[in-house]
Design a protein around this ligand. Structure first.
Ligand code: ADP
Ligand code: MG
Length: 339
């Protein structure tokens, strides 16, 4: 039986760009699918096709069992989508906006009121709840928009990079609300550039690049496929990073990744503790002082790097001050890291 969200062979082109190049997806009811991919991979296009905002060139999709192409209006009634439908009314207060959404979805007034108050509290908007939305900052609007999407619990929800630009506390609140909804049976397709988020929330993960699904599975399955352990070294002096990199390259089974600001180098290896001891001796012999060194299992970041050849976005989680939706996710062309 197809899942609550199901797509086969979705293709969408924009001129020469094949934003979706034959995407298949299936999200079983009551589960979360994390759609991961670098900028320009096609995540937003997939969400827009599945939520009836774009018509694919070919392929088919159902949401909650309803054909997306044949019955878009019915699909819209059974989904929630952050950042798109929930147009915030500037002249209403935050609270009124949320209560209005509840009423649009035929919630009882009392229930809408209670849910609005709860979400305003959870997203740090309680103090501003009774001010018109036009007085809100970009970050506050974004949170109001998310709250609006969460007022009702539609059977199927889509969230396109919901936590981009949220500060850690609001991100945690959103994760909590999402987990509660899913525990209540909601099916969710979530795109994210934070791999930790996918690790935490998603039952299944699809990695997309250039409009294609290049890997899928649970977080554990993907990590197992990526295989091997990593040696992770933090060198004491920035000036030693280049030499340390050479040393690691000599032991590694793959590319060394370097995180400049934390002076951390990571390389996939085989050989466990014995190899670790050799690495330490070699670093020592070259006079490289280290702050920390260890062996660790691959993370979802490693999976991502090994699949796509580059790291996921590194935009820091800063409180957004710009517009609600994609201001923080504008897509420069997907770059291939030279390999
Ligand atoms: N409306 C559009 N017109 C032209 N090109 C588009 C449009 N929307 C998306 N694209 C292109 O399609 C590709 C996929 O974009 P998108 O789905 O936004 O990726 P992601 O959300 O993964 O960053 C990119 O190359 C992007 O530039
Ligand atoms: Mg996008």
């Amino acid at each position: 039986m197809p899942g609550a969200i199901h797509a086969e062979g979705l293709v969408k082109t924009f001129g020469d760009v094949r934003a979706l190049d034959g995407v298949d997806l299936d999200v079983p009811e009551g589960t979360v699918l994390g759609l991961l991919g670098p900028n320009g991979a096609g995540k937003t296009t997939a969400v827009r096709c599945l939520t009836t905002l774009l018509t694919p060139d070919s392929g088919k999709a159902t949401v909650a069992g309803i054909d997306v192409l044949k019955h878009p209006n019915e699909v819209r009634r059974s989904i929630g989508l952050s950042g798109q439908f929930a147009a915030v009314d500037e002249y209403l207060t935050g609270r009124e906006n949320l209560q209005m959404v509840g009423q649009l979805y035929q919630m009882r007034a009392k229930a809408a009121k209670a849910r609005a108050a709860e979400l305003l509290e959870r997203f740090g908007l309680a103090d501003a709840a009774d001010r018109p939305a036009k007085t809100y900052s970009g970050g506050m609007r974004r949170r109001l928009d998310l709250a609006a999407a969460l007022i009702v619990s539609p059977p199927v929800m889509f969230m396109d990079e919901p936590t981009t630009g949220l500060d850690p506390r609001n991100r945690q609140s959103l994760w909590d609300v999402i987990q509660e909804l899913v525990a209540g049976g909601t099916t969710l397709l979530l795109t994210t550039q934070y791999l930790e988020e996918a690790d935490k929330l998603a039952h299944d993960i699809c990695v997309v690049d250039h409009g294609r699904v290049i890997a899928r599975g649970t977080s554990d399955q993907l990590k197992a496929q990526t295989g091997g352990e990593r040696v992770e070294v933090v060198v004491h002096e920035r000036d030693h990073m280049a030499t340390a990199r050479q040393v690691l390259a000599g032991f590694g089974k793959g590319e060394t990744t370097v995180e400049e600001h934390t002076r951390k180098l990571t390389v996939p290896v085989t050989g466990g503790a014995k190899l670790l001891a050799e690495v330490i001796r070699e670093l020592d012999a070259r006079g490289i002082e280290i702050d920390d060194i260890g062996l660790r299992r691959p993370t979802l970041d490693d999976v991502f790097i090994s699949l796509t050849g580059h790291v996921a976005e590194e935009t820091g989680p800063t409180a957004g001050t710009e517009g609600a939706d994609e201001a923080t996710t504008s897509a420069p062309s997907a770059k291939e890291a030279g390999k």
